[in-house]
Design a protein around this ligand. Structure first.
Ligand SMILES: [Zn+2]
Length: 222
């Protein structure tokens, strides 16, 4: 499985909690989907990031295997967290937007809109209005064509013409269109890659090339 905190692939090694008598089981608690089920809480620490992962397992009896499992902590995001190269405040909004996506697409879209605006502002598109910031980013011709077109679609999917962006949270939540939440996150992933991940990768490549050149007694690349 992938650790729901850090997304690193880890070997599952869950144990029952707590480790003390009589046992760690919750046991039978009424019916579940019409059947009597036996519940066990299990947990493990991720070997990569050290964070706790807890799950609730349903079986037909104490000794029977797992029928169904529910991840209870952390509440699993449907997408990977923002890459580590992304500034913390922007990453926080993105991660939270992913986390609430399933339960509340409206809340998710409100967060991802804010995240889009913060990302564009961080890259010099400081227009107060998200629609204008998107236009400025497109007009700058700095973005790869596909990213630019997908960013443009944010405005259409969000139907910003029909619902001008409002400053209050409740107004911006009410105006969310279907599919907007998913789309905003897709576009943010592309922007993160273009603005933060790729430049960092190129920087590291150049640094390692310069190191090689230095060992050969040659000057660094410009
Ligand atoms: Zn982890």
């Amino acid at each position: 499985m992938k650790c729901p905190h850090c997304q690193v692939e880890i070997h599952e090694n869950f144990f029952s909690l707590p480790i003390r008598p009589p046992n760690s089981n919750i046991g039978y608690v009424g019916k579940h989907d019409g059947d009597f089920a036996y519940w066990v809480v299990e947990g493990m620490a991720c070997p990569a990031c050290g964070e706790a992962i807890l799950k609730l397992r349903r079986g037909l009896g104490a000794l029977f295997g797992s029928e169904k499992e529910y991840l209870v902590y952390p509440k699993k995001a449907t997408r990977a967290n923002a890459p580590k190269e992304v500034p913390q405040l922007i990453a926080n909004d993105f991660n939270e937007s992913c986390l609430v996506l399933e339960d509340s697409p409206k809340a998710s879209a409100a967060l991802s809109r804010r995240c889009l605006q913060a990302t564009l502002r961080d890259k010099g598109y400081k227009q107060h209005d998200l629609v204008k910031a998107i236009q400025a980013a497109i007009d700058s011709n700095q973005l790869p064509t596909s990213v630019s077109e997908n960013l443009d679609a944010v405005r259409n999917i969000g139907n910003f013409a029909a619902h001008p962006l409002k400053d209050t949270l409740s107004a911006s939540i009410e105006a969310v269109e279907p599919h907007e939440a998913e789309w905003n996150l897709d576009v943010l992933e592309e922007l993160f890659d273009f603005f933060y991940v790729q430049p960092e990768r190129s920087k590291q490549k150049r640094a390692s090339l310069d190191a090689k050149l230095a060992t050969m007694g040659k000057p660094p690349m410009q």
